[in-house]
Design a protein around this ligand. Structure first.
Ligand code: G6P
Length: 490
């Protein structure tokens, strides 16, 4: 479709995120093909819809996206920003994914990292430029008093910048990641800590996926020098950060928590389409008759802990040789952030460890690890449906949607082995088997426990996991934030 973005300053509701709901590819004949993005945010926003005047501002990410912007091709309700490729690369790869993501997920190998040098400062300048491009576009598109929901660590500075340009707006920020512990946040240069907080606290409301991350954020604010903000917990009132000037409270930023859930209706329908059935047949063939399956589905992401998961599976085969030939580990690890060397190395390591297990333990009729790396949502759903056990063992994770999707889609019940460091653990912990993600032996024992769980118990637990996982479906998750923001400002 062609562009018909609302006239300037007409949008009543705006969303801003680095990754948008649609992406373009240039075909061999030069034509542009649009692909719908997935994910909770996409389904959440579709509840509002372009007809309601909602506008989604996002980055052009692919060459196709940039070409679409150049040709003026777009979708209703979506505005892509063609930020210069080098600026975007510095902001996205350099600051967002190599610094902020690392700090919030505690991924640094601290004897040598991080190093905040001149290169970091150069990239930081790009992060400022990139955030400013978003703030300016939002300022241009927003109607008087409109609500703006800014998403994630890519856009921490936008709320502050936007408030300066448009003090009439109601601004919310939502973090889909964990928030760093104080000691980790304190590694950032002092002025950068202040800059990030000034940016985020430009919002009327900052929200997180669990109270655990919200509290971590409050602790970081409290520790900041100069000491400008105070958290307060009056009974019943929403938690907030006070902005102080000469001991006077000038403004408050509220703290919110919204645990994004799985979309049951969509998942049920999608997982029973023909392409999913076909992939189930193919997977069953790969697994072999009468075997149990341990499934995992992740982006190949450092925080997902895929290598220790494989090592735990290997430990299981050592500790319980009775499982040999009787279980298969179906691991889907989809490439992510391959511009970063450390992600490419991690991807290679996942492959290496999987190959090693297969060559050490495999037999002519049994491949212990079935690893697939080509992103295929239909095949992920097929695996969810037939899994006996799901392994979700991140080092640290804002929420983890896979843990919430599996119990909804599962055909006959699936035992969930879940890291206590995943945000989803707060909601699902009761019916999952908890693991410390660093403890390979403990994870192997949890896998054994999951494999031997009685059918009835597994079915019961799956049912209550599914109920907890769908408690706040994406559309409601989005509306709750919008309503909270509106209530607060009026
Ligand atoms: C996490 C982040 C999202 C991000 C997603 C995929 O869930 O919170 O903001 O979009 O990972 O990462 P990518 O870098 O591919 O957008």
């Amino acid at each position: 479709s062609t562009a018909s973005t609302p006239a300037r300053g007409a949008a009543q509701v705006l969303v801003a995120s680095n990754r948008g709901p649609v992406s373009y590819e240039v075909g061999d004949d030069g034509s542009l093909h649009a692909r719908r993005g997935g994910g909770g945010l996409v389904s959440g926003l579709s509840a509002i819809g372009p007809d309601a005047g909602a506008l989604w501002v996002c980055s052009a990410l692919s060459d196709g996206d940039r070409e679409a912007v150049r040709r003026g091709v777009g979708e209703d309700g979506v505005r892509m920003l063609a930020i210069p490729a080098d600026v975007h690369a510095d902001a996205y790869n350099g600051i967002a994914n190599s610094v902020l993501w690392f700090v919030h997920h505690m991924l640094y190998q601290t004897p040598l990292e991080p190093v905040f040098d001149a290169e970091f400062r150069r990239q930081w300048a790009s992060y400022e430029t990139y955030n400013r491009a978003f703030a300016e576009a939002l300022a241009q598109e927003a109607a008087e008093g409109a609500a703006v929901l800014v998403q994630d660590y890519h856009l921490c500075l936008v709320p502050g910048m936007l408030r300066e340009l448009r003090p009439d707006l109601r601004i919310g920020h939502f973090s889909h990641t964990p928030w760093a512990p104080v000691e980790y946040f304190a590694m950032l240069p002092d002025d950068i800590q202040v800059r990030l907080m000034e940016g985020l606290l430009g919002a009327d409301r900052v929200a997180f996926l669990t109270w655990r991350w919200a509290t971590a954020f409050e602790n970081c604010v409290q520790g900041l020098d100069p000491y400008r903000w105070l958290p307060q917990w009056p009974s019943g009132a929403p938690r907030s950060i006070e902005h102080l000037e000469k001991e006077r409270i000038t403004r408050r930023t509220l703290i919110g928590v919204h645990g994004l859930g799985a979309d049951a209706e969509f998942l049920h329908a999608r997982s029973h389409q023909a392409d999913v059935e076909e992939r189930m047949t193919a997977l069953r063939e790969e697994i072999g008759e009468g075997r149990k399956t341990i499934v995992r589905v992740d982006r190949t992401e450092l925080s997902k802990n895929i290598v220790r998961g494989l090592l735990a599976y290997r430990q299981l085969l050592d500790d319980h040789p009775e499982w040999r030939e009787r279980v298969v580990h179906v691991a889907f690890a989809y490439p992510s952030r391959q511009d970063l060397a450390v992600y490419r190395e991690y991807t290679a390591e996942v492959q290496r460890v999987a190959d090693e297990i297969n060559s050490l333990y495999g037999t002519p009729g049994w491949t212990p690890v079935v690893l697939h790396v080509k992103d295929d949502f239909a095949r992920s759903l097929a695996a969810y449906r037939l899994a006996d056990v799901a392994l979700v063992n991140p080092i640290r994770d804002g929420m983890n949607l896979v843990a919430k999707e599996v119990p909804v889609v599962s055909d006959e019940g699936c035992a969930l082995v879940l890291s206590r460091e995943a945000g989803a653990f707060q909601e699902l912990g009761k019916d999952a088997i908890a693991v410390n993600p660093y403890d390979v032996i403990g994870t192997a024992a949890a896998l054994h426990e999951a494999l031997t769980m009685p059918d009835e118990e597994r079915a019961e637990r799956t049912k209550s996991l599914a109920a907890a996982a769908t408690a706040l479906p994406p559309a409601q998750w989005f509306l709750d934030q919008l309503n909270a923001l509106r209530d607060q400002a009026s």
